[in-house]
Design a protein around this ligand. Sequence first.
Ligand code: HMG
Ligand code: MG
Length: 303
Amino acid sequence: MNFSFPQSVKLMEVGPRDGLQNERLLVDTMNKIGFIEGLVASGLKRIEVTAFVNPKWIPPLADQVEVAKGIRRQKGVSYAALVPNMKGYEQALNTKMDEVAFVLAASDTHNLKNINAKTDAAFSRYAEVAMRALDDKMPFRAYISCAFGCPYEGDVAVSRVVHLAKLFNQLGAYEISIGDTIGIGDPKQTLELVQAVAEEISLDKIALHLHDTRGMALANIFAALSLGVKSFDASAGGLGGCPYAPGASGNVATEDLVYMLQAMGIETGVDLDLLCHVSLKMEKLLKRQLSSKLLSTKRIGPS
Ligand code: HMG
Ligand code: MG
């Protein structure tokens, strides 16, 4: 039998943003910068370093400007930030981010809770930011969150996700990241969703952003790989969650994903030992064990 998988995949490391936005213990700015620089040293080439959102909404990322300005930048690495509106975009521009990301849920209720606007109004806001970004030659990607299900509205129609993916593609997003914000998806659903989106936009522009609440993320990634998806978001140690999506736990752990991909002969460019070292350091700062399975094989001594 012949199996065909991509030879290499692109990763978007979201630990410093998605990971730290949901933590109870605050990590100080210098340690955040050290975390980001360590992740880059492990070979990660795209990294979402923060979010230019209202700090009243996301207090753990209130030092976003200091973090963005403090990182010693490395050539060949794209430093990204989440922006929910023009104000956030301008901060990203002023702090010399290489790319930005928008987030829009496939459900009105989640959009209201998360970004204080219904889907259509929020999309119009992004359309304006996208025009600016195109003028500035700032690459942008779009998250479609709650694509596999919404914590408030339940099932989400595939057609809704496809519609939003098409809209963002028309705006000029270089990639559309389909988000399982509450980790409710399964491999069959992943196949169906990716296939439906890929009928409208090129497979090369599709990424997956999978929270691992029910332990399905790697199985879902395997399903997507078998369709030829080559871009995945992941979070060091399995950090992550959205404070405005009840039940959203960590993302798929970057270590676990890289381990699986390497074992399958798929290139990631990441040094696993270095990455585990960085995640273990963050684990110490957060004073709790992170969820990555691979990390549990690296801890020495009694836990
Ligand atoms: P709003 O209250 O409607 O904003 O919030 P507004 O425009 O009415 O302004 C009110 C105040 O907010 C003003 O300040 C603005 O200046 C300020 P005031 O005059 O009262 O002092 N403001 C800002 N401050 C800093 N940065 C900004 C900004 N914009 C306005 N960009 C807003 C709307 C979108 C700002 C708010 O709802 C917000 O910040 N939401 C962010 C929520 C968030 O970050 N959630 C987590 C990330 S999403 C996620 O995790 C899912 C994802 O991982 C994918 C997945 O898992 O599927 C991406
Ligand atoms: Mg997320």
